[in-house]
Design a protein. Structure first.
Length: 367
């Protein structure tokens, strides 16, 4: 099952809400997503997707995905697409770092492996837990009143987990958390996600100001050490996100008791192969997870769904349906939200087929 061609396409993904806003005044109106196509000598074709949340969120950017694939792809032509461990070793040897570049290729090869094996990717990742899994909705940063209104509207669509974008002025963020908390119903869960936006003294004020609220605090500050200092000042459940990028961090976090939940973003780990390793490590350590990625459309959502659905239910804090946030569908067969929950496809592989009328011509084409 030798790789004969790797191509990358650019797709723009506008947002239903018009824009997505989070800490530090950051916002995105249209996401720049890369669709990766891997072809083999036996005619089996796989697809992946990578979509950084702009160049100002993580050390990743959309044009860098495609430039990196152009650099990396020649090293993979002729390799067996179903030998995922070997492929990852080869990618790491050919390109130091840049896991987001490798993610789409890795996902596409999992798609191929599933098709060849005749089973869904979630079966290969460990098996399907239950009929479906729970989703969260990210609430873009606005006024307290608007955010509370949006939470109510999304609950009417079936969501019961809400990730509130804070990380701005502490007084305003305290008001945001209180306003949303007042709208919650029994069984709802609220996460105040600062996306590294607070300094330590600001984060300390916020956790004190919402001491009476049932809320998770997510990634209040930039560094691991700063977040740990806030963790030690509060009894709120704690989530780490942006600093979670490898097994060593997860082991340190467990040793320090630095968080109750971690976010596993597939592209930060370089694809499903290493994201699965991180997931399995967290299960062994007893750490709950949100399974997600930085952003994406239908193909990213499919990959998330397979990893999330193969995660033991008690360890899956929540997951996400990025394809419901955007106005453009880039693939057929993608999983769809039903009452705030989702399930992975039962078709072999990822279970999706790209819409080539949307993809257009490849920007990278290596054979």
């Amino acid at each position: 099952m030798k790789i004969t061609r790797i191509a990358a396409y650019r797709v723009e993904l506008p947002l239903h809400e018009g824009s997505y806003k989070w800490s530090g005044g950051k916002s995105v109106d249209v996401f720049d997503s890369t669709i990766v196509r891997v072809e083999t000598d036996e005619g089996v074709v796989g697809h992946g997707e990578v979509c950084p949340l702009g160049p100002f969120y993580l050390p990743a950017y959309a044009a860098g995905v495609r430039a990196g694939i152009a650099e990396l792809a020649p090293h993979l032509i002729g390799q067996d697409a179903t030998e995922l461990g070997k492929l990852n070793q080869l990618m790491d040897a050919a390109m130091k770092g840049h896991p987001y570049v490798k993610s789409g290729i890795d996902i596409a090869c999992w798609d191929i492996l599933g098709q060849v094996s005749g089973v869904p990717v979630c079966t290969l990742l460990g098996g399907r837990w239950g009929d479906d899994f729970v989703l969260y909705r990210a609430i873009s940063q606005q006024s307290p009143e608007e955010m509370a209104k949006n939470v109510t509207a999304y609950r009417d669509e079936g969501y019961r987990r809400f990730q509130l974008k804070v990380g701005g002025d502490p007084n305003e963020d305290i008001a945001r958390i209180h306003a949303v908390a007042e709208t919650l119903k029994p069984g709802d869960k609220l996460v105040a996600d600062a996306n590294t936006g607070w300094l330590m003294h600001e984060a300390a004020r916020v956790v004190r100001g919402v001491k009476d609220v049932d809320v998770y605090i997510e990634q209040p500050c930039v560094s691991y050490e700063e977040c740990l200092s806030i963790r030690e000042r509060t009894d709120h459940p704690f989530v780490m996100d942006e600093v979670i990028d490898g097994m060593d961090t997860l082991l340190k976090l467990h040793s320090d008791r630095a968080a109750d939940v971690v976010n596993i973003k597939i592209s930060k780990f370089g694809g499903l192969t290493k994201a699965r390793q991180a997931r399995d490590l967290c299960v062994s350590l007893g750490i709950a997870m949100t399974i997600e990625d930085s952003w994406g459309g239908d193909i990213t959502t499919a990959a998330i769904a397979h990893l999330a659905h193969s995660t033991p239910t008690e360890f899956l804090f929540t997951s996400t349906d990025f394809n419901s946030y955007v106005t453009v569908s880039n693939a057929e067969g993608a999983p769809q939200r039903i009452n705030g929950r989702m399930s992975a496809s039962k078709a072999p592989g990822l279970g999706v087929q790209p819409r080539f009328d949307i993809l257009g011509e490849p920007l990278v084409d290596v054979s």
